[in-house]
Design a protein around this ligand. Sequence first.
Ligand SMILES: [Zn+2]
Length: 390
Amino acid sequence: MENRIELNTFFEAYPTFKNQEFHGRYLPFNQLKPELEKLRDKFEINEIGKSHLNIPIYSVKLGKGLIKILAWSQMHGNESTTTKAVMDLLNLFRLQENEEQVNSILSNCTLLLIPMLNPDGANRYTRENVNKVDLNRDAHEQQEVESRVLRECYEGFQPDYCFNLHDQRTIFGAGKQDKPATLSFLAPSQDEERKISRNRKRAMQVIAAMNEDLQKVIPGQVGRFDDAFNINCSGDTFQSLEVPTILFEAGHYPGDYLREKTREFVAFSMFSALQAISTSKFEDFKVENYQAIPENQKNFLDVILRNAMVEGQKLDIGIQFSEKMKSGNIIFEPVVKKLAPLLPLFGHREIDCESQEVQLVSGEAPGENDIVSIILLNNEKLSIKTSHIS
Ligand SMILES: [Zn+2]
């Protein structure tokens, strides 16, 4: 196994290349920087620009093949899962360059990876950049410096494929079943008609190839993102420039609020995509294989208290965690989102209150937007916390 990282042994080998310096959701620039420095012995590290607050934005270039692949992550600063996965893959490529599969990818492809496009947002744990602009809605206007850095990188490199790497919220399910969307993908549209152009078809085929591999490890937990066209999104823009572009959305795996399990699946899916592209295996897949992936639904909440008695009425109480940064840690604050009889949603955690009285610690009845770290169930305290599997 030591010299062979095949998809069916990927997870066994994973601890040998996982970057142990990264853990959890908060990944600021000063954690990334020394890890990038360690890659300099094997790969080309370049500063491709600076953020609004003057923090360097780096790219990592590797491989010597003709197929050029551009990938960027943490365009949304609080979406670190794909950055962790990219750094794991870079470690794999660095440690195992002679391994057959790695060698095949690096001799057929040239990869240009931007592991943190929005360092200001990463440091502040915000989706937007420091000017409160969502960079994934700024692809057309390019009002922000970070958007221009990405565009210049794209124009200089002239990629054959683009990977746009993100995290999605825990509200998404893969289709209408009780399955979280642990990973979702999209081959973005390039026009209002959502036509299936040659490049868009390719993106769909690569996604179908990844999906086939992922179904073996997270069956039913892969979703397809909404394809409404928006020229302000980076993916739609690059697709409209006729480059096959793939949106990756890292989502929820049961109990994994730190996204350490999902991180492995992201690394696995990227490896799968690179293999499918470098070997042309993606050509075996059809548009229909892509379209058969269930569409993302907004059908999950983090916690649902079923059959709760609230002031004499039997209700379900739906709770969503709100992420807050407190002294370098991400706190998951439980907030009541919905109270209704028989709430038609799934909870990542469901608690049957068996028609017992539910109250806030103050003794009041819970209502929308209340923070409920602890609630009273029949006068007994019940903690509403995330469970961390790692
Ligand atoms: Zn995002």
